[in-house]
Design a protein around this ligand. Sequence first.
Ligand SMILES: [Fe+2]
Length: 288
Amino acid sequence: MALITSPESILDIALAAMQGTQDQRLKTLVASLTQHLHQFVLENQLTDSEFERALQFIVGIGQATGKNTNEVVLAADILGISSLVATINNLDQDGGSYAALLGPFWRKNAPLCAWGESISRTDLGGQAMEVHGFVLDESKKPIDSAIVDVWHSSPVGFYENQDELQEDMNLRGRFETNENGAFFFRTIRPAGYPVPTNGPCGELLRAQSRHPNRPAHIHFMISKLGYKVLITQVFDSTDSNLESDPVFGVSRQLVGKYLTDSKSGICQLNHSFVLQAGEMEFPAPPIP
Ligand SMILES: [Fe+2]
């Protein structure tokens, strides 16, 4: 076993100690992460107190994670990591992506709903909204019987799990596409909302002079056997925070046209989604 002779020598010794890792992918990932972290420490000549502060941050995001909040996911989100992972794993043929980060508010088993059903089950006021969409494959052929799982915030920017005024599973639902790949649901127009700012992530945002407000959006998770699960969000084209989303979720494809019909006053959104062939794998829900 080699002994340490300089700060730079620690990396090789640490990597050698990990050689016995059985899982090859785990071996590669941890070795690469270790290399990057060592480089980061050397490059920045990290001080003891800075190191301690970083560890406190990691402990803090764990401690701030609970039944209704996931500060660990939020930390990955505000650093742009969640968006990066979502994008590299869902590149479309033009180098863009229809995918966006999952975010911390998806719940499994939202109610199964009929065509056109409203997911607004608690009267919260707000502007009525109708959402029509198509689910297509990469050759733009419709996909029938896909499950379109949707969730969004209230007209004042709260998810039901954050808000005592809303009943369980309000503004959440699952719809099935018809033989034309179409789906349709009714709801109320969501508002943008701040990401939680009462934990370590909020403290970091303040230190960076960043605002916490996400542009208004609806989350979609679209699945069908034989296709990769598409996790995405469709943003309100009229929102002033489109270009300063604190979690970096907005791509060109994901800006939806939220249009108010002048006769009915109803907000209309039409949006199509493309699924890529692959394995249908669902993420772990960030909250139960
Ligand atoms: Fe959201």
